[in-house]
Design a protein around this ligand. Structure first.
Ligand code: NDP
Length: 680
C-alpha cells in the first residue's frame, strides 16, 4: 500500500514530505499508512511570514471581526465533519471519541466566537479592569490594557486530540489577533492536516494567519523572539526539555505547558452503595478509563474511595468494565478502540507493570482479552486495567507515574483529610472530581485541595443529568493545572485570549485614556452635542458627547406621592424623627429610585427616534441624600458604543446627578439600544 503524504503548509504553499519523513502507522491494523516531515522546511521564512503578513492582517481586524471569522470557520469545519470522522478511525478512535475531538473542537470555536462578540469590545484594545484614580483631582489616571502580541504563536500539540487540541489553542490565538503555526503530534497529524486544509480552503483566514508543520519543527524554537508564544501539550519530559532551552529562557519567551497529570476522583463519604452518587461514580470512572482508550490528559488515574467501600467499588467497576467491547472502532458496538501506536502500547504496558509493583491488578489482563474485528497484537490494543493499592500512604509509583491508557488505581481513604492528602500526592493535576451531595464535603475539598488542581468537578444526583463529565475541559473554564500538570492555563473564556496579548499599565490624563480605550473617562473633554443625543443615531453619536439638563427641585409632596404610589414607605422617607436617628440622613430624604426616575425625566427626549430601548443600568451609587427643597440636575455623556447586530448597537452612557451645590448625588451607567440609521 502506498503511503499518504501528509503535507506542511508553509509561506502560503503546501510542502510534501522529503526523504527524512517519519512513517505513521494505522493504530488498528498496525500497517504503515502515511509519512510526514520535511527537513528542508524554511522555518525562519515561516516565522517571518506569520509576523509580517498574518499578524498585521489580524491586528487590523477588531475583536468582533475576528470573532465572526471564528464562527464562520467553525461552520466550515462542521460542513466537512464526515471526512474528519472517516480518517480519524485510523487513530484508534471510536465514533464517540470522534465526537469529543471533532464536534468538541468545533463547539469550542463557537464558544470563543460568541464570547468574543459578547465580552470583548468591537475594537483593538482590551481594557482590563477599571480606571485607577492616581491623583487627587483626577487629572492623572491609570488603566490596564492589553494589545495583541506582535509575533507568532507556535502550538505544539499532543496526538490524542488532533482536531480539538488544535482548535482549543487556535480560537483564543486568532481572537487575540495573533497568527499561529500549528505543529500536531506526528502520529495523528493526517487528521489535523485535513482540518487545516478545510480552514485554509474556506478563504476565511487572512494570508499568514495559519501555517502547519507536519513532522519536526527543526530549529524553529531557537528562532523565536519575546513577541512569540509557545503553547505546548504533551509529556512532562518534552515540556521540560523545550521550556528550559537557553534561547527560550534568555528571551523570556512565553511558554504555556499542559502535560500529563495523575488526576483523581474521590467517592464522597456520603456516597454509599445504593445511592445515586455511588452509581454515578462508577459510571464516571468507567467512562474516563475507556474514552479514547484512556489517552486523555484529564482521565481518572487514581480512584480514591472510603476504605470500607473498596471492595464494593472494585466489584461494581469490574462489572461495568466487563461490558466494554474492544476492537476496530469502525465496527458497530465497539466501545473502546486502540491506543495510537505500538510504541504507546509498549509504554502503557511498561508503566502498568511498574504500577503492578505497588498495587494488585484486580481487573483486565493484557495477555488475555478479546478484540473484535482486529488483531490484538498487530493493532495497538490493551484492555482496561484496574489496580488496587492497599497501602497508598507508602506507595510512590501510583502517585507519580501515568500510564497513558485505560489504566487506573483504586486506593482507600480513612477520612476526608486523608482523601485530600492522597489526591494532593499527585503534586498538581488538571482536574480532581468529588462525587458527593454534601456541600460541606465540597467546601472542605476546595479549601484543602483547590491549590493542587486546575479544576474541581463536583457531581451528584442533582446535577448529573446536565453535568459535562470529569474529563471534559470546557472553553468557558480554565484547563491546565499546577506542578506536574505543567503550571499552564488554557481557555477559561477570555482569560485564554490573554495568553496571546500583552498587558500594559497605561497612565495619563483623562483625554489620553479616553482616546486609548475608545471609552470616555470622567474628566475628559466633553463634546457639545449638536442636538439632543437621543435624536442621534448610533453612528452619529460621538464618544464624549454630553448634555447637561436643567435643575428640578424635589418637594415633600414629590416624596409623599412617590412613597404612596410605589408602596415604598420606608421610615427614612416618611418619618423625620426616625430619619434623624439614622446616621446617614439629616431629615426625611427622597427615594433613590425617585431621583433616578426624575433624572430620566430630565434627560429624556420623548419623541420617537433612534433610541429603541433602555436595557439596564450598571454601577449605581448614591453618594449624598436629597431632602425636600434640594434640586437635582444631570450630566449625560456617551461613554462607549458596542454594535450588537445588523440594526442596532448598545450605547453606554455615563450619568452623574448633582445637587444645587454641585455635590455629587448619584452616579451610574445607563444602557440603551440605538438604531444605526434613522428610521424614516
Ligand atoms: P511528546 O511530549 O513526545 O510529544 C508532544 C508534542 O511535542 C508532539 O507534537 C511532538 O511531536 C512534540 N515534540 C516532541 N519533541 C519535540 C521537540 N524536540 N521539539 C519540538 N516538538 C517536539 O508526547 P507524546 O505525544 O509522544 O506522548 C507521550 C506521553 O505524553 C504520553 O504517554 C502521555 O503520558 C503524555 N501526553 C500527555 C497529554 C496531555 O494532554 N497532557 C497528551 C498526550 C500525551 P512529534 O509527535 O512529532 O514527536
Amino acid at each position: 500500500m502506498s503511503l499518504i503524504d501528509v503535507k506542511s503548509f508553509a509561506v502560503g504553499q503546501w510542502v510534501t514530505p522529503d526523504s527524512d519523513a517519519r512513517q505513521i502507522f494505522n493504530a488498528v491494523t498496525g500497517e504503515g499508512m502515511a509519512r510526514a516531515g520535511n527537513s528542508t522546511l524554511d522555518v525562519e521564512a515561516m516565522l517571518e511570514f506569520g509576523r509580517t503578513k498574518g499578524g498585521p492582517a489580524l491586528r487590523a481586524m477588531t475583536f468582533h471581526d475576528r470573532a465572526r471569522m471564528l464562527k464562520a470557520l467553525a461552520i466550515e469545519i462542521g460542513k466537512h465533519k464526515q471526512a474528519l470522522y472517516d480518517i480519524s478511525f485510523a487513530t484508534g478512535a471510536t465514533q464517540s471519541d470522534n465526537l469529543i475531538d471533532i464536534d468538541g473542537g468545533i463547539g469550542t470555536m463557537f464558544v470563543f466566537a460568541s464570547k468574543g462578540r459578547r465580552e470583548l469590545p468591537d475594537a483593538h484594545v482590551y481594557l482590563d479592569g477599571d480606571v485607577e484614580q492616581l491623583s487627587r483631582n483626577g487629572t492623572f489616571l491609570g488603566q490596564h490594557i492589553a494589545t495583541s502580541m506582535q509575533g507568532v504563536a507556535v502550538h505544539i500539540n499532543a496526538f490524542n486530540f488532533p482536531v480539538w487540541g488544535m482548535l482549543e489553542k487556535l480560537a483564543p490565538t486568532l481572537l487575540a489577533g495573533v497568527p499561529a503555526i500549528v505543529k500536531p503530534a506526528t502520529a495523528t497529524c493526517y487528521v489535523t492536516e485535513l482540518a487545516v486544509k478545510i480552514m485554509l480552503d474556506s478563504g476565511l483566514l487572512p494570508e499568514g494567519a495559519l501555517q502547519l508543520v507536519s513532522g519536526g519543527l527543526g530549529d524553529m524554537l531557537d528562532r523565536l523572539t519575546h513577541q512569540d508564544i509557545v503553547s505546548f501539550t504533551g509529556s512532562a519530559h518534552t515540556a521540560l526539555k523545550l521550556r528550559s532551552a537557553p534561547h527560550i529562557l534568555e528571551n523570556s519567551i512565553r511558554f504555556v505547558a499542559e502535560q500529563d497529570s495523575l488526576n483523581a476522583s474521590i467517592l464522597g463519604p456520603d456516597a454509599e452503595p445504593g445511592t445515586p452518587e455511588f452509581d454515578l461514580f462508577i459510571k464516571e470512572v468507567q467512562r474516563e478509563m475507556t474514552t479514547k482508550a484512556g489517552q486523555k490528559c484529564t482521565a481518572i488515574r487514581r480512584i480514591i474511595v472510603p476504605e470500607a467501600q473498596s471492595s464494593a467499588v472494585i466489584e461494581a467497576l469490574s462489572a461495568r468494565l466487563a461490558k466494554t467491547v474492544i476492537g476496530d472502532p469502525k465496527i458497530e458496538g465497539v466501545r473502546m478502540g486502540a491506543l495510537v501506536s505500538q510504541s504507546q502500547k509498549n509504554d502503557v504496558l511498561k508503566t502498568a507493570s511498574l504500577i503492578g509493583t505497588e498495587a494488585e491488578r484486580v481487573y483486565g489482563d493484557p495477555d488475555n482479552f478479546e478484540v473484535q474485528g482486529a488483531d490484538a497484537n498487530t493493532g495497538a490494543f490493551v484492555p482496561p486495567m484496574l489496580f488496587h493499592c492497599s497501602n497508598p500512604d507508602q506507595a510512590k509509583i501510583v502517585h507519580e507515574n501515568e500510564a497513558f491508557g485505560p489504566v487506573s488505581t483504586i486506593m482507600g481513604y480513612r477520612d476526608l483529610d486523608h482523601a485530600m492528602t492522597l489526591a494532593n500526592r499527585g503534586e498538581g493535576s488538571l482536574v480532581a472530581s468529588v462525587i458527593t451531595r454534601d456541600p460541606e464535603v465540597a467546601r472542605s475539598v476546595v479549601l484543602g485541595s483547590g491549590a493542587y488542581h486546575g479544576r474541581l468537578y463536583f457531581n451528584n444526583r442533582d446535577s448529573m443529568k446536565e453535568s459535562t463529565g470529569h474529563g471534559s475541559p470546557l472553553p468557558h473554564m480554565v484547563h491546565g493545572g499546577p506542578g506536574r500538570a505543567g503550571g499552564g492555563e488554557e481557555m477559561g473564556g477570555i482569560r485564554g485570549v490573554m495568553h496571546y496579548m500583552q498587558r500594559t499599565a497605561v497612565q495619563g490624563s483623562p483625554d489620553i485614556l479616553s482616546a486609548v480605550g475608545r471609552k470616555w473617562v470622567p474628566g475628559a473633554t466633553e463634546l457639545e452635542a449638536p442636538a439632543h443625543p437621543f435624536t442621534r443615531t448610533f453612528n452619529e453619536l460621538q464618544i464624549g458627547e454630553t448634555i447637561h439638563t436643567a435643575e428640578r427641585e424635589i418637594s415633600l409632596e414629590d416624596i409623599e406621592t412617590f412613597a404612596h404610589f410605589t408602596g415604598d414607605t420606608f421610615y427614612a422617607h416618611m418619618n423625620a424623627e426616625a430619619a434623624k436617628r439614622n446616621p446617614f440622613f439629616p431629615d426625611r430624604v427622597a427615594h433613590g429610585y425617585l431621583l433616578i426616575s426624575f433624572a430620566a425625566g430630565l434627560f429624556v427626549e420623548p419623541n420617537e427616534g433612534p433610541v429603541l430601548a433602555n436595557t439596564g443600568l450598571d454601577n449605581l451609587r448614591f453618594m449624598k441624600p436629597v431632602e425636600a427643597g434640594d434640586s437635582i440636575k444631570v450630566r449625560l455623556s456617551v461613554k462607549h458604543k458596542t454594535p450588537r447586530n445588523e440594526e442596532y448597537g448598545e450605547v453606554r452612557w455615563h450619568v452623574t446627578m448633582a445637587n444645587q451645590d454641585n455635590d455629587l448625588v448619584a452616579e451610574y451607567e445607563l444602557l440603551t439600544m440605538n438604531a444605526y440609521e434613522r428610521q424614516t
